[in-house]
Design a protein around this ligand. Structure first.
Ligand SMILES: C[S@@+](CC[C@H](N)C(=O)[O-])C[C@H]1O[C@@H](n2cnc3c(N)ncnc32)[C@H](O)[C@@H]1O
Length: 432
């Protein structure tokens, strides 16, 4: 078996300019790093860039960093490697569980490996079944693979003792679902059961390999760092002050963009395998309605009303411009077959982000610094200057200054793009 031990000498140090542009929507840079690589998730930034910001801001051991949209935990994990205390908040319950599991890298590698062995042994003598699984899962695996995955799952369920080690084995099983699936599982994207891939790993091999990687990363981290100083909450960034009790010095984050990517649906495949959702319809109640509105599926399912959204006190600082843009969207949608609810999506996005900024003002120390990685958007080709709006909403929430630094252009490459409005992605620096 090829052992993918982490070899520090093989990770090249990026040049400072690369660090900036390395904020990667594909998470690729992080897949070379211990612990970060345990699960591939969307739109994480490059860990090296987060480390650079901590250094530039001279964040040290006595300070606290917050990521209100923590995802799979890039920011808290980098804070661990810098010996900095951190708080991560993530509203997607399945993603928050992955994040928490990763941040228990400081638990016993031996106990984790022993439990994984026990589970592998149990799996080898208890045959699994394919019948209990819904069509999405049946269509995504060879029967033989699914039988093994089912028996791994049952072994985990039988031996789960709610310990951090048990959660790590849960993560190991979760992480091998895509590499063992025959379905098109474009990285972290939605699953595509109608597309098949030829090269898949056998589940026994994938599990063993994943456990070896995790064990070696745990040892690597433990040999260098005392322990995790991160606290992760499965909660809503719009009510941060309910659970963040200490005042924070700095915020590094990447919120969902108002670009219609449906985070709620991103891990439907994994959630369906574990029986946490039965299908697409379940996703809204169990996940989407906990998240900020950033997709038209969300705004349409919630039957949001544009007039009410525009009246919300939170959007007052940008109301006039927001009304113009969303008014245009309300008209333009009538010309499109899908009649997507982008008008309410954009208005609700601004309201929700404003709520988060108000909460951040409450939990941040005076003079705190924030960096948000953000992108603007142009649904149906109607441009929404989200970067400037977030800056204005930050000022209204009580921060004193903002500055947008463009990192890259978007929507310039693809031939099949739906409109030609130039878009950008960059860093919104906020302070006060
Ligand atoms: C761009 S991703 C962040 C990725 C992260 N930087 C990482 O390292 O994986 C944005 C995250 O915000 C989460 N989110 C959406 N609404 C939220 C809310 N109201 N409170 C907290 N997190 C939320 C999404 O589930 C998603 O995981």
């Amino acid at each position: 078996m090829q052992l993918a031990l982490f070899d520090e000498s093989r990770v090249e140090s990026p040049e400072p300019q690369d660090l900036k542009t390395a904020r990667s929507g594909t998470f690729v840079d992080n897949m070379a790093l211990p612990v970060h690589r345990w699960f591939r998730y969307s739109a994480g930034f490059a860990a090296a860039w987060v480390g650079q910001v901590l250094d530039d801001w001279q964040i040290g051991a006595g300070q606290i960093v917050l990521d209100p949209f923590a995802g799979s935990g890039t920011v808290p994990l980098v804070c661990d490697t810098h010996g900095v205390k951190s708080i991560g908040v993530e509203a997607h319950p399945f993603v928050a569980r992955i994040c928490k599991a990763k941040l228990s890298w400081d638990t016993s590698a031996e106990r984790f490996a022993a439990l994984a062995n026990e589970i592998a042994a149990y799996q080898a003598i208890h045959k699994g079944q394919v019948d209990p699984y819904p069509a999405l899962i049946r269509r995504s695996f060879e029967d033989e693979t699914l039988v093994t995955l089912d028996s791994l799952k049952n072994a985990w369920l039988a031996l789960d003792d709610r310990s951090p080690e048990s959660e790590l084995v849960w993560l190991a099983i979760t992480a091998i679902l895509r590499p063992t699936s025959t379905a098109g599982t474009a990285q972290w994207q939605y699953i595509l059961p109608n597309k098949t891939k030829k090269q898949v790993l056998s589940p026994q091999f994938a599990f063993q390999q994943q456990v070896e990687i995790m064990k070696s990363d745990m040892r690597w981290m433990q040999a260098r760092i005392k322990g995790s100083r991160a606290e992760v909450f499965a909660g809503d960034a719009r009510s941060l002050s309910d659970f963040v009790s200490e005042r924070v010095d700095a915020v590094i984050t990447s919120p969902p963009y108002a670009n219609n990517y449906d985070y709620a649906d991103a891990l439907r495949f994994e959630m369906t395998f574990w029986g946490e959702v039965a299908g697409w319809g379940d996703i809204h109640d169990k996940v989407r309605k906990r998240l900020i509105v950033s997709s038209s599926q969300h705004s349409s399912r919630e039957r949001l009303k544009l007039e009410e959204l525009l009246e919300a006190d939170e959007v007052a600082p940008i109301r006039q411009e927001l009304a113009e843009v969303t008014g245009q969207l309300a008209t333009v949608r009538e010309e499109h077959g899908g009649k997507k609810h982008y008008h309410t999506m954009i208005a609700a996005y601004c309201r929700d982000i404003a709520q988060v900024l108000r909460q951040l003002r409450r939990v941040c120390k005076p003079g705190a610094r924030m960096c948000w990685v953000i992108g603007d958007s142009a649904p149906y080709g109607v441009y929404a200057p989200v970067d400037r709006w977030i800056g204005e909403l930050a000022l209204a929430a009580g921060f004193t200054a903002y500055r947008f630094e463009k990192l890259r252009d978007r929507n310039v490459k693809w031939k099949n793009r739906k409109h030609r409005i130039p878009l950008k992605e960059g860093l919104l620096w906020i302070e006060g």
